[in-house]
Ligand binder design. Structure first.
Ligand SMILES: Cc1cc2nc3c(=O)[nH]c(=O)nc-3n(C[C@H](O)[C@H](O)[C@H](O)COP(=O)(O)O)c2cc1C
Length: 358
């Protein structure tokens, strides 16, 4: 996929996720071959006044890899300032959030609330386009619409493109749906059909495996797929998609050793890159992700949640994997829960439906 001069190959994007797509997580996904990562949404107001908590999340990808920064707000000047800041740290793309359903964001008339005010949304796009160099694409991520009766995604996307947006990402749920029900691929298709063909449209919502990726691309004609919750504890999905897109054989699911290896790498990155009081919390989340869908994962989560420090949390996970590997070797039992897909979906829904979800 091409966004202006920016080539995204494979056409797979990691979804911005608040409190999830921090630098360690993005790094893991990049190492597994995702085409592009984007920071979690950052308040333009907070960035423009130099709020340390928010500026701390404005992080460039490691080793010079390309990345996008997502911002939200509704004040043109603040949005322009935030976009300039993003470019100053090396962002290759600035994405504007017009899809967040969270109450605190919508109460400020930002995020998905902008889908009810296309003229203001257009003005924000123009302000950001005017603030960044011409070779930095400004893109927008939005939902199907505000509610079932106002599913204006195709017209809204066209208005944004007219204002200068160079890529549109559509999550096929409405604001009132939050994360319930299913993402509707038909609305993504309608957007793809409505928007000029040189503007890429990225489909998003409920893709958690290779088949889901294929289905969404075939059904909608979208130029790329954005994956969020399906990547939690499952970054090798990106390696599988990279191989698929290159016409090479699917490497399949990872073994237990590989899962453990990636867990270790992720925790190392958290320890290196995220010093501070929340480090243990971040490590606990990672522990739960890498065991997701495996035998005994719920008990592991509870144990890890009580671990008083990093070393204990790590040791619990090492021990858990050692036992699973032994169980598989001795008894030949699959480490995966029966109905793995359903188990993953249920856990993903359970973990990720809070107010953090934008
Ligand atoms: C925990 C969480 C945080 C999220 N934060 C953001 C965000 O910061 N910006 C954004 O545009 N979307 C955010 N989203 C929405 C995702 O980017 C994505 O649109 C949604 O999860 C649907 O895709 P999926 O089914 O692949 O997860 C968030 C979702 C979750 C679950």
């Amino acid at each position: 996929m091409r966004i202006g001069d920016l080539v995204v190959d494979p056409p797979v994007v990691l979804a911005p996720m608040a409190a999830v797509t921090d630098l360690p997580f993005r790094t893991i996904c990049e190492e597994f071959g995702v085409g592009l990562t984007i920071t979690e949404f950052l308040s333009a107001h907070a960035l423009s006044v130099g709020d340390p908590k928010t500026t701390g999340k404005l992080t460039a990808s490691l080793d010079g890899r390309r990345f996008g920064v997502q911002i939200f707000g509704r004040e043109e000047e603040r949005m322009a300032d935030a976009a300039r800041l993003a470019v100053s740290i090396g962002a290759s793309l600035v994405d504007i959030n017009m899809g967040c359903p969270a109450k605190r964001v919508v109460a400020g008339e930002c995020g998905s609330a902008l889908m009810r005010e296309p003229a203001i949304a257009q003005a924000l796009v123009r302000a950001v386009v005017g603030a960044v160099p011409a070779d930095i694409p400004v893109t927008v991520k939005h939902r199907a619409g505000w509610n079932q009766d106002h599913r204006n995604a195709p017209e809204f996307a066209c208005a944004l493109v007219e204002a200068g947006a160079k890529m549109i990402t559509v999550h096929g749920r409405t604001r009132t749906q939050g994360f319930s029900g299913k993402s509707d691929p038909d609305v993504i298709k309608l957007v793809r059909d409505a928007v000029p063909s040189h503007i890429p449209v990225v489909g998003n919502g409920d893709v958690i495996d290779v088949d889901g990726y294929r289905r969404l691309r075939e059904h909608t004609g979208c130029d790329a797929v954005m994956i969020g919750r399906g990547a939690l504890g499952n970054p090798w999905l990106f390696a599988r998609l990279r191989e698929l897109c290159a016409g090479r054989p699917d490497p399949g699911q990872p073994g237990l050793d590989e899962r453990l290896g990636v867990f270790r790498r992720h925790v190392d990155l958290i320890e290196q890159l995220k010093k501070g009081p929340r480090t243990l919390h971040e490590v606990r989340k990672a522990c739960a992700w890498y065991a997701r869908g495996l035998y005994g994962c719920n008990a592991l989560r509870l144990k890890v949640w009580e671990a008083p420090d990093l070393a204990t949390a790590r040791a619990i996970v090492e021990d858990y994997f050692a036992q699973l590997i032994e169980r598989q070797r001795r008894l030949g039992l699959s480490p995966e829960l029966q109905g793995d897909r359903e188990a993953r979906e249920a856990q993903i829904d359970g973990d990720m439906s809070g107010d953090e979800a934008a």
